[in-house]
Design a protein around this ligand. Structure first.
Ligand code: 9MG
Length: 280
């Protein structure tokens, strides 16, 4: 495996917290995905239901309608990047996989729809299992832990065991502490500081800090101006052992992580390129 992988975010939702409603058409979303791959994304994550704090659930049919044409369009380009579907619903995952996705990013770690684990096993897919306390609608109402890192670690170990029991090969599972999902600012920083304790589980750790509100609280910056803060957290997470970075601003993150990896003796050959990320 390369020292790190970038998962570029493509939200096809009208209401995501940082880029909702950005695309005028499916083609526009497909073009954005291509750009993220050109900038260095190894995975593109297509989501049709916002999971921002307070977000309301979306019916499966509507989510499928948003996601499938974009997955089809990206698959048709043959970009060489893996296509991830960000969903907690079996029905949506099945349609996206039939359209070309090979990775399921489930923020509920198969708790919303337990049958999704069997589907991922049966189709030999990769998956990301994320920690979340509560549900998106209510998760930021006074989240509490005994010890946030130990609690998240125990949860991820339990979900990994459940995935393996459902028949998913352990090598296909990645784990994610769920930065911002039922966590205070202090919880998020503690998780980043002690990420090495999650790395000890033995599966690649995915980190998604991109443009999140705790970065706004620290820097005073609006959501469209959090690229530098996102890069800082990605570099810290890499140093602590994270290997997959779910971000909107791919070019900036790729350059920063390439330099960080080289500093620690892990060169990654990157072709000459001139792209810059549009942060809107
Ligand atoms: C969908 N989504 C939003 N934030 C995320 C994060 O931090 N990790 C993962 N895996 N998915 C996320």
């Amino acid at each position: 495996m390369t020292p790190f992988e970038i998962m570029g975010v493509v939200n096809v939702t009208p209401d995501s917290f940082s880029d909702g409603g950005t695309f005028d058409s499916d083609d526009d979303a497909v073009r954005h995905a291509r750009r993220l791959v050109e900038e260095g994304a190894a995975i593109v994550d297509i989501g049709g239901e916002s999971t921002r704090p307070g977000a309301a659930p979306v019916p499966a049919e509507e989510e499928r309608r948003r996601v499938v044409p974009v997955v089809e369009g990206i698959a048709a380009l043959g970009l060489g990047a893996r296509i991830s579907v960000d969903t907690m619903k079996l029905e949506v995952a099945r349609a996206a996989v039939d359209a070309g996705a090979t990775y399921v990013n489930d923020v509920t770690a198969f708790r919303h729809d337990t049958a999704l684990a069997g589907f991922v096993a049966e189709r030999g897919l990769e998956c990301c299992l994320m920690h979340m306390l509560g549900e998106p609608r209510t998760m930021q109402r006074d989240p509490r832990y005994d010890d946030v890192v130990s609690d998240v670690k125990a949860f991820l170990e339990e979900r990994l065991a459940a995935a393996v029991a459902a028949g998913i090969a352990e090598e296909r599972v990645q784990l994610d502490p769920g930065i911002g999902f039922g966590k205070t600012l202090e919880h998020n920083l503690e998780l980043l500081r002690r990420l090495d304790e999650l790395v000890a589980i033995g599966r690649p750790i995915v980190v998604g800090t991109s443009r999140k509100s705790f970065l706004g609280r620290i820097t005073g910056r609006d959501v469209t101006e959090r690229v530098h803060a996102t890069v800082a957290t990605s570099v810290i997470a890499f140093e602590r052992g994270a290997r997959v970075f779910r971000v909107h601003d791919v070019a900036a993150t790729a350059d920063a992580l390439a330099v960080t990896a080289a500093t620690f003796g892990q060169w990654r050959v990157i072709p000459t390129r001139t792209t810059t990320t549009k942060t809107t």
